[in-house]
Design a binder for this molecule. Structure first.
Ligand SMILES: [Mg+2]
Length: 385
């Protein structure tokens, strides 16, 4: 192994995202070909469900072509605001694994999980945990790729869709990708692909082994070096998290409606626990708390928020505030989504990074200590109050 630290990069890609959301929300669509996109004359396919794909329907195809290939398909207009909301649930889930999350689109992101094996286990266990977290929060499936860099991780997530995990073993990258077709190289479009095919290149391995001077002559210096580096499994680009987070949230879309305080409270408590855990992992304190409910009827969304008495990262403080906020919300109507978020965030000061086990027994210190124990001994340990 080289002296440089082995990076662990994860690429998460939701499966047929828009279509899966619509199928989740309307059970009558499950198992049927569903196409999301514009119906107008020049409309294109945004997403096709897996049932539509065997007919040759794929994204970016003109809708007229898609519907002639698959006339029985159910065509729905995209609900981008709604998908955006679910996307933030997904990104929230990813942020519980690493502060280094780089969203690529509503349904795709990179995570840098370097060093996380101590907490989450081997790369394939990390991938499973991420998928489960997303599924628990959204009831949607994702495919995950893991490798030593971004190019390979993104390539990997696409190899076993839907609901797959592909880990490109560290050290064997070049052999793993060598037989794959050229179009899997990032930056090879149809034009470059044709050009390379005319030169006799078929696979990624062909490019990896090609004479660099000849490639430069054909493609120009920039692209030649870029493709050759990728073909040799080299890609040093860092995972670049988006702008600073303004809030840390957790919400869950329920498979059965909830009604009444007795049903809502435990779900809200769980969301507060997640938010608290996430705050602690990120070294953040929240000065405010927000509660969010979506009602089943009319899809109505309501939020309530308040300042906390003290900046907090423990579930007890967050839940106490959440519980008060809940008192001002109607709970007799059916509810399909429950969420909590900490906002107005501040960095926990170094002086507050106390010696956990010698620290005064505040709720925050107790929960920090439990985090540390969980990190060492796994998730079996729990505590209540
Ligand atoms: Mg996707």
């Amino acid at each position: 192994m080289s002296a440089r630290r082995q990076r662990v990069i994860v690429h998460v890609d939701m499966d047929a995202f828009y279509a899966s959301v619509e199928q989740r929300d309307d059970p009558s669509l499950v198992g049927k070909p569903v196409i999301i996109g514009g119906r107008e004359r020049r409309g294109v396919v945004c997403t096709a469900s897996y049932e539509a794909r065997p007919f040759g329907v794929h994204s970016a195809m003109p809708m007229s072509r898609a519907t002639s290939l698959c006339p029985q398909a159910i065509v729905l207009p995209p609900r981008l605001d709604y998908y955006g909301e679910i996307s933030s649930q997904i990104m929230d889930a990813l942020h519980t694994f690493s502060p280094l999350v780089e969203p690529l689109s509503l349904d795709e992101a990179f995570l840098d999980m370097t060093g996380a094996e101590r907490i989450f286990g081997a790369p394939d266990a990390i991938a499973q945990a991420i998928k489960e977290e997303i599924r628990e929060r959204t009831r949607l499936s994702a495919s995950v790729g893991i490798a030593k860099n971004k190019f390979l991780a993104k390539l990997a997530s696409d190899l076993d869709k839907p609901d797959g995990v592909t880990w490109i073993p560290f050290g064997d990258e070049r052999a793993f990708i060598a037989p794959l077709p050229l179009r899997k190289l990032w930056g090879v479009g149809p034009k470059t692909g044709e050009r390379l095919a005319r030169l006799g290149f078929r696979t990624i391995g062909d490019i990896a082994a090609a004479d660099l001077a000849m490639l430069i002559e054909q493609l120009g210096e920039g692209q030649a070096r870029h493709l050759r580096a990728l073909a040799q499994a080299e890609d040093d680009r860092p995972v670049e998290p988006g702008r600073e987070r303004k809030s840390v949230g957790s919400e869950v879309t329920l498979s059965d409606d909830l009604r009444g305080l007795d049903q809502v409270l435990p779900v809200l408590r769980r969301q507060c626990e997640r938010v608290a855990e996430h705050l602690r992992r990120a070294g953040l304190l929240a000065r405010g708390l927000r509660v969010k409910l979506r009602y089943t009827v009319g899809f109505r969304l309501v939020t309530r928020q308040r300042a906390l008495a003290h900046p907090a990262d423990d579930s007890a403080s967050l839940f106490a505030a959440a519980r008060e906020l809940l008192a001002s919300l109607p709970l007799h109507e059916p509810i399909r989504l429950v969420g909590a978020a900490g906002f107005d965030l501040e960095q926990r000061r170094a002086s507050e990074q106390l010696d956990l086990f010698g620290a005064p027994p505040t709720r925050s210190n107790l929960e920090h200590a439990v985090d540390a124990i969980r990190a060492r001994f796994g998730d079996k340990i729990g505590f209540g109050d």
